[in-house]
Write a protein that binds this ligand. Structure first.
Ligand code: PEP
Ligand code: MG
Length: 576
């Protein structure tokens, strides 16, 4: 057994497909090149083929995941035309009489080493791009076979040293049974995406420098415990096949609920929307019966690319999401970078406390032109359905007003250009900073809705860094202080007559259902994978009974007692 970290829950059993890293058998480095013209012709032919290939991949990518992800290939195309990179290769062929493939390899090594030495994350990322493009060119020069995923043949467990979110976005979730990566933790974006797509994942394998698995090996991966079994015994296979079948049966049973309303036994109706960060996650959410999008984490649109996305690029993505939501509302949260989310091309200075630092709305209000680009794109998309705008990490009235000022400027620009948008677009804020809870009554007067972000709220209220494994046992979403904060926020929203929802991970925890009912919170937004489980819980709950349970929880003084009470309630209301 190999121990790793749980990336995404669930058991997967299947054959491994190890994603090969490109490693080459080059011709003798000292080979004399007699025919320079022939060698150049080979080089140009390789460049042409590589360019066509990248164009095709870009096109396919665009169709599957949309323009935001596919634009990374523009950076790859630019490298093939980069005069410095190309003249380095040509120089090696011409002056040192080396074969084209040797020249390409030496040029890659030269630039990668040079960029790697720089203390600049952006340049390090560019080194990866050069490696990727250079390897593609090498592959053509050497006539090496294409590395293709066996996606159209049979399901497999993908094993890789490392998997970027864009690589993951490229996978067909119907064929990828599970994912194992040597590098990466629970909070890596790949893990977040795997969870949203429902693909079990184990990452961060302990003490493993080399992958202990070969293509064709049989694997069991247990995403709940973060374990991997390579070529397991028959007994293990039987045990885990049983567990996996139970999980699949449960999933199937839940799937029939996709079209059913989320209503308690005694008629309290809830709206269950989805948190998404990509168009692929949106499709998953719709399959699971999501009623709209309660949180569109737009920062993923800004990642895995070389520059900030333009108005047009963002508009295309937002429009797609809004149209697919088919009349249900889509809450688009403005850029929330900083903290654990970084952009390669916009390096943020190192901070002692990044979660208390330059992040989210603070960045948007500092870089207003950038903010206006995003707001303009959202406004333009608002004519295609029901769009709402949400500002993250608000802690004062001034931030809301300043953000709205930029919004009004964007509206003015559109008016002047004669471009239509929803003039009554709703504006809301994330309630995720304790200050916002304490002054929720004042903030409520400024906005159309609140959405409680429990992930950050818990870390700020309890002073427990949500990324720190060492203190993970202190991160208690059911802490009495949190329940009180939820109540304060809900009461303020109700008094002001504005909408309220919850979009932190707690919304997807079925144990919390009685709390929402008691607090009168009828809008929840969660990971697509949690939708059916929470709906199932609601269908098995009597709202009046739930309120009693929640009332007693809110008066309790220990998280453990609150959790026990909520779990007992589930136990009492689960059919055997
Ligand atoms: C939250 O903080 O609860 C939230 C939903 O936002 P994120 O997890 O993206 O910070
Ligand atoms: Mg947050």
């Amino acid at each position: 057994m190999i121990q790793g970290i749980s990336g995404a829950a669930g058991v997967a059993i299947g054959k491994a497909f190890v994603l090969p890293s490109w490693e080459w058998d080059l011709p003798d480095q000292k080979m004399d090149v007699v025919d320079l013209a022939k060698e150049f012709e080979r080089l140009y032919e390789g460049i042409r083929t590589s360019r066509n290939e990248i164009e095709i991949i870009k096109q396919e990518f665009n169709e599957v995941v949309g323009p935001e992800e596919s634009s990374i290939f523009d950076a790859h195309l630019a490298i093939l035309e980069d005069p410095v990179f190309m003249s380095e290769i040509q120089g090696i062929i011409e002056r040192q009489y080396k074969a084209a493939e040797v020249a390409v390899k030496e040029a890659i090594d030269h630039f990668v080493t040079m960029f790697d030495l720089l203390d600049d994350e952006y340049m390090k990322e560019r080194a990866l791009d050069i490696k990727d493009v250079g390897n593609r060119l090498l592959k053509h020069l050497l006539g090496a076979p294409e590395i293709t995923l066996p996606s159209d043949t049979q399901p497999y467990i993908l094993v890789a040293k490392e998997l970027s979110p864009s690589q993951l976005a490229h996978l067909n979730p119907n064929y990828v049974l599970g994912i194992v990566t040597l590098i990466g933790g629970k909070t890596s974006h790949s893990a977040i995406m795997a969870r949203a797509l429902g693909i079990p994942m184990v990452s961060g394998l302990e003490n493993s420098v080399n992958l202990p698995v070969q293509t064709g090996d049989t694997l069991i991966i247990n995403g709940d415990e973060g374990t991997v079994y390579v070529n397991p015994s028959e007994k293990m296979m039987e045990k885990y096949t049983r567990i996996r079948n139970q999980q699949l049966r449960k999933k199937e049973q839940l799937q029939v609920l996709a079209e059913v309303d989320a209503v308690t036994k005694d008629g309290t109706l809830m709206n269950l929307a989805a948190n998404i960060s990509s168009t692929k996650e949106l499709e998953m959410a719709l399959r699971h019966g999501a009623k709209g999008v309660g949180l569109f984490r737009t920062e993923f649109l800004y990642m895995d690319r070389a520059t900030f996305p333009t108005i047009e690029e963002q508009y295309e993505v937002y429009r797609h999401v809004v149209e697919r939501a088919g009349g249900q509302s889509v809450v688009i949260r403005t850029l929330d970078i900083g903290g654990d989310k970084q952009l390669d091309y916009f390096p943020l200075a190192e901070e002692d406390n990044p979660f208390l630092g330059y992040r989210a709305i603070r960045i948007s209000l500092d870089l207003k032109d950038l903010f206006k680009v995003q707001l303009t794109a959202i406004l333009r998309a608002s004519v295609h359905g029901k769009v709402k705008i949400m500002y993250p990490m608000i802690s004062s009235i001034d931030e809301i007003r300043e953000a709205n000022q930029v919004l009004h400027e964007a509206m003015g620009d559109l008016d002047r250009q004669g471009i239509n948008y929803d003039k009554d677009i709703q504006i809301g804020i994330m309630i995720e900073v304790p200050a916002a809870v304490v002054m929720a009554d004042l903030l409520a007067a400024e906005v159309d809705f609140f959405s409680i972000g429990t992930n950050d709220l818990v870390q700020y209220v309890l002073a427990v860094d949500r990324m720190n494994e060492q203190i993970a046992h202190l991160y208690h979403p059911f802490h009495p202080s949190i329940l009180r904060m939820l109540k304060m926020t809900a009461d303020a929203a109700h008094t002001a007559g504005i909408d309220i929802s919850v979009c932190g991970e707690l919304a997807g925890d079925e144990r919390a259902v009685p709390i929402w009912i008691e607090l009168g919170i009828h809008n929840l937004s969660m990971s697509p994978q949690s939708l059916l489980r929470v709906k199932h819980r609601l269908l098995n709950t009597n709202a009046e009974e739930a309120k009693e349970v929640a009332k007693s929880c809110i008066s309790m003084s220990r998280s453990q007692d609150i959790e026990a009470k909520l779990e007992e309630f589930i136990e009492e209301n689960t059919e055997r």
